[in-house]
Design a protein around this ligand. Sequence first.
Ligand code: FAD
Length: 282
Amino acid sequence: MLESGSPLFSFEYFPPKTAKGERKLFDTIRAMKSLKPAFVSITCGAAGTTRARTVEWAERIKNDIGLQVLVHLTCLGMTRHELVDAIRAVRSAGLSNILALRGDPAQDGSEFGHPEGGCKYAIDLIQIIRDVYPEACVVGACYPEGHVEEADKQLDLDRLKAKCDTGLDVLITQLFFENRHYFEFVSRARDAGIQQQIIPGIMPVTNLKQIEKFTRMCGATIPPELLTKLEACGDDSEAVLAVGVEHATVQCRDLIDRGAPGLHFYTLNKSPATRMIVENLK
Ligand code: FAD
């Protein structure tokens, strides 16, 4: 089970595409171990495209580096039979923490579909995990600024409550840049009866165009002051990194001071920004 000591750091990575990328990432994760993350999480590509590699990677990191791993598992486009096999593969690999997600479709939309008996939403996957692997620690995603597909925030929250009640142990949030979104969301979640720990997801900005694309896709907002500072950096990537690290450090310190149970860093497989922020916090 995931440790829930106070406060925890965790780092998210995606499985690399090439052998060279694999070696590089493996070294990065090994080096980041010195920061003592409570766990690292390994993503599953759009529409489940990296599912097998995700589990292979997670197993290697657990066995060869000795870190606790959270495996992302998406359900979009999969039959129930395939999902049961995928969950059994996670268990056979000795992994016991699963982030249960609906997933996003591939960017061309080609694999968006709901096979007969498959899952439409994460809640359906959570039920299957509870049936097949009841002792797993199951984590779910949540959205402080609301999920991009649902304008009605109360309805989105009601669905989150149902997802939690189906068997979630912990929640991790989508990225956000203003802590008021997180604290207001936690307060609304508690009012709705959601008891699970809500770990804030932090993405250090290292590239303006990239962060604009991500926020467009996931419906998060970049505060105007941060945007102005980033725009003023122009093409100076070192300056962007400095602004991103400074913003995230202030954000993380405030989150921890005001009681957040930990910090989950979306590293995008790059260590310097996350390392600087964690060092700043220590
Ligand atoms: P759900 O909880 O199923 O919600 C999706 C939408 O459906 C919401 O709008 C919700 O309101 C709505 N909904 C839920 N139930 C119902 C219902 N019964 N009827 C009608 N509408 C309903 N994506 C990947 O592809 N791979 C990853 O590895 C990955 N990792 C992530 C990690 C984190 C921490 C987060 C926050 C997101 C991650 N994502 C990943 C993105 C995620 O898959 C997308 O945000 C996706 O759009 C929603 O996934 P979900 O599990 O939150 O879906």
